[in-house]
Write a protein that binds this ligand. Structure first.
Ligand code: FAD
Ligand code: NA7
Length: 552
């Protein structure tokens, strides 16, 4: 354990700025948390953001084809009805640039930027028990002393570049999709290698193929995908959104996954095969993430899931003309949607192009990156550009990248050594007054995220308001509440097929050495919202609330 009296986080010079609260991050989460604490509670508060602007995910992920998979009328803030009327989306799924315009619009509308410091990465946060304050240090050498610390660092903000030997010697250019250059990348006339066939690789491949001389897609795990069927929104639908803003908000609050669509009650296994096929076909034609909602038992019964899986595999075989390529693409080893289900615009069709090749790196693993390309056990591929669509050190990565220490100087990395343990994904035992927006153990990535983010930011803000009203200085979860919640998170996952995708990032399996623990809460957003509300209504049950010290 670290000695708190010799605080290594404290820089040699510079006065520490004192604030009521500090928010780390200025994506959807950090922006709204800042607004709640500043404008509703009247706290002195600032947000620190590593990037050069607001937007979080959408600031960093500028790769070709970057687009939201949530439908636009569910992927926004719903806390202010007037905001829902003022903003107008143009497409069924908003692209990266449009989301950035939206988040800048919100930031300007609520004058948030004056309290956000950009290009500022937080490196450490140490709790001082004697003063009940957090000492927060930045890469630039500034320090802040704050009572409340809220991390809104995102679940998918730490890029995962695999440690493939030889990358440093590669003479071409390489990029990770989550750290894409703002000036863009010109693929024309280039031989491009794309590693990764998750949601991102599946979005990027068709767009890269349009301009690249040749695109080679290196696939390790074959993946399902359903057509997105993106299209401009009609005037009629835009009017519907404006007229029904309140209903849309309510709908997203009541569904299990925070989307606007409900999971059907019918069961795949009780539906005659012919009718089931028709339902899948209709869902395929409608497109989007709601394919997953076609039957209630899809995520709880392997047999039911197999019917969806087989439908999609057949579609792949029908779309992809070369039988060998189709076989590699449809050789999928996990239940449908047990990994984050991608949606696409012409992904499988892309493999019918003359300038696109699929390489099965499960059969012939990648050995090294060479000066001029990439080598697998079966051969060498000459490349000018390598694109890593290899995902993120999800959920815990951004937290553990900082040196966070709680009571007795205990590092968060020690408490989470065997996987993240939290109470409600909102607080960690031994880290008083530290709140985590969409922390591990909350629905987060299993949900339409703005819905989860709004609920967290509001719960945190209400909790701090309660503390201030009631003369409470410090809050942290009881150990038994943490143990009980971790068990509930495990049970919720075990009731679904999600853990069957043993290589998924939900389990931390994509990062070598990371503990394999199912991290998000799979019990559904609506149920989770109710649990959090009950906890608050019962005097913050499961938390220790300590009164302010009366001066002697
Ligand atoms: P982020 O947007 O990740 O913002 C966190 C911010 O914290 C970042 O800007 C980061 O720079 C900053 N930060 C982190 N650490 C530090 C530090 N130490 N110091 C200072 N700043 C720090 N969700 C959906 O619901 N639907 C979708 O369709 C969808 N599509 C996605 C597509 C992609 C390509 C990705 C990567 C994610 C997608 N997501 C989607 C998830 C997405 O992350 C959330 O929807 C949402 O944007 C998260 O907002 P956030 O504020 O919680 O986190
Ligand atoms: P994902 O879903 O983690 O996908 C990463 C892909 O990269 C996946 O196909 C991985 O294969 C592949 N990968 C990772 N490392 C390697 C190595 N070393 N060699 C070959 N292939 C590799 O990330 P995404 O960015 O697509 O999606 C993450 C979220 O962002 C998603 O929820 C969306 O919201 C957007 P694997 O499956 O591990 O075999």
């Amino acid at each position: 354990m670290a000695d708190v009296t010799t605080d290594t986080a404290r820089p040699a010079s510079g006065d520490s700025q004192e604030l009521d609260a500090l928010v780390i991050g200025a994506g959807f989460g950090g922006m709204y948390q800042l607004l709640c604490l500043r404008d509703r509670l009247g706290l002195s508060v600032k947000a620190l953001e590593a990037g050069g602007g607001v937007g979080g995910t959408w600031y960093w992920n500028r790769y070709p084809g970057a687009r939201c998979d949530t439908e636009s009328h569910a992927y926004w803030y719903t806390f202010a009805p007037e905001l829902m009327r003022e903003w107008e989306w143009s497409e069924r799924y908003p692209g990266q640039a449009e989301i950035m315009r939206y988040l800048n619009f919100v930031a300007d509308r609520f004058d948030l930027k004056r309290d956000i410091q950009f290009n500022t990465r937080v490196t450490s946060a140490h709790y001082n028990e004697a003063t009940n304050r957090w000492l927060v240090c930045t890469e630039n050498g500034e320090t802040y002393t704050v009572k409340f610390l809220v991390t809104a660092v995102g679940c998918l903000s730490t890029a995962n570049v695999p440690n493939i030997p030889g990358l440093a010697d590669f003479k071409g250019d390489w990029y990770h999709t989550g750290e894409w250059p703002h000036e863009g990348v010109d693929f024309s006339g280039k031989r491009v290698g794309l590693i990764g066939t998750g949601s991102t690789g599946i979005q990027a491949a068709p767009v890269i193929a349009e301009t690249a001389k040749h695109l080679t897609v290196f696939q390790r795990t074959a993946n399902y995908s359903v057509p997105a069927r993106n299209a401009p929104l009609t005037d009629e639908f835009k009017r519907y959104i404006k007229d029904n803003a309140a209903e849309i908000r309510t709908a997203t609050h009541e569904t299990a996954n925070g989307h606007q669509f409900k999971i059907e009650d019918r069961l795949a296994l009780q539906t005659p095969a012919e009718e089931r096929e028709k339902i899948y076909q209709a869902a395929w034609e409608r497109g989007g993430l709601q394919f997953r909602a076609a039957f209630h038992d899809m995520m709880s019964s392997k047999e039911a899931n197999d019917t969806a899986a087989e439908f999609i595999k057949n579609k792949i075989r029908q779309i992809v003309k070369d039988p060998k390529t189709a076989a590699i693409l449809s050789d999928i080893d996990h239940p449908y949607a047990a990994k984050r289900p991608p949606i696409d615009s012409d992904y499988f069709e892309t493999f019918n192009r003359d300038n696109v090749t699929l390489v099965d790196v499960k059969a012939a693993p990648i050995q090294a990156i060479t000066q001029t390309g990439l080598r697998t056990t079966e051969g060498e591929y000459e490349l000018d550009i390598i694109v890593f669509a290899t995902g993120f050190d999800a959920m815990t990565g951004p937290m553990l990248r900082m040196d966070i220490r709680g009571t007795n100087g205990t590092p968060l990395s020690e408490v989470w050594a065997a996987g993240p343990v939290t109470y409600l994904g909102l607080q960690v035992g031994g880290f008083p007054n530290l709140f985590t927006v969409t922390g591990p153990g909350s629905p987060s990535v299993l949900c339409n995220m703005p819905v989860a983010i709004e609920q967290h930011a509001e719960w945190i803000s209400d909790c701090i308001a309660h503390m201030r009203t009631n003369g409470i200085d410090r809050i942290e979860p009881r150990p038994e509440a943490v143990t009980n919640w971790v068990q509930q998170v495990n049970e919720a996952a075990a009731a679904t097929l999600l853990p069957m995708a043993t290589h998924s990032w939900y389990l931390g399996a994509n990062v070598p050495g990371k503990p394999r623990v199912f991290m998000p809460y799979a019990g559904g957003m609506a149920r989770y919202r109710g649990i959090c509300a009950d906890v608050a209504a019962h005097g913050y049950e499961g938390f220790v609330l300590s009164p302010a010290k009366v001066p002697a």
